[in-house]
Design a protein around this ligand. Structure first.
Ligand SMILES: [Mg+2]
Length: 193
């Protein structure tokens, strides 16, 4: 395989979309009588951990609402970073796993990317249930453990979150610093190739 340009894959929920903030806001709106903790305060990937039955039911219901994914706010600096990568000859593709429990998640994600990141990025959006099947040198993703049927071609650049602090390796905290976090991964891969 001839590698012409480095490929950077970017997850949507959390690196590009303020998913947890949207979830908290909507849950408080729909269920004002139920206590919902602030975004950024959970320390486990499983967001239902420690919730009582009512809290769990509320949050899972909101996650399945039609249009939920359309209302998310974009992450500051992310759009600029994606277009800077493209300008610097990096092949950027979004790589996201749509919820199968939300009937409009997949189509809402594409419409949302189109609205907030532009058609050029929408054309580069891959929706998959298994990110290990997608080829690339780097994957920017907040999920602590990514499993699939393949040994991934990419190296994960963990997108900093309270629930992934235990993960070692490359880490992106702010999109303004994408070069420091991502370029070393691409250079290492080029040397290895
Ligand atoms: Mg994510």
């Amino acid at each position: 395989m001839t590698l012409t340009k480095p490929i950077v894959l970017v997850d949507i929920d959390r690196p590009l979309a303020m998913w947890e903030e949207g979830l908290v806001k909507r849950t408080r709106l729909e269920y004002p009588e139920i206590f919902t903790g602030d975004a950024g305060t959970r320390h486990d990937w499983d967001l239902t951990l420690g919730l009582d039955a009512n809290q769990k039911d509320a949050v899972l219901t909101v996650m399945q609402l039609e249009g939920f994914y359309l209302d998310l706010e974009p992450v500051a600096g992310a759009r600029e970073a994606l277009y800077e990568m493209l300008e610097e000859d990096i092949e950027v593709f979004l790589c996201s796993t749509p919820s199968l429990n939300n009937p409009t998640c997949a189509s809402d994600k594409l419409a949302w990317v189109d609205a907030h990141y532009g058609r050029e990025i929408t054309q580069r959006t891959i929706l998959t249930q298994d990110k290990t099947l997608v080829y690339g040198q780097a994957l920017v993703d907040d999920k602590p453990v990514l499993k699939g049927v393949m040994i991934p071609s990419w190296t994960q650049v963990i997108f900093d979150s309270a629930y992934n602090q235990h993960v070692a390796g490359h880490r992106l905290i702010d999109w303004a610093d994408w070069r420091d976090a991502i370029l070393p991964v691409l250079h290492l891969d080029r040397i290895a190739a």
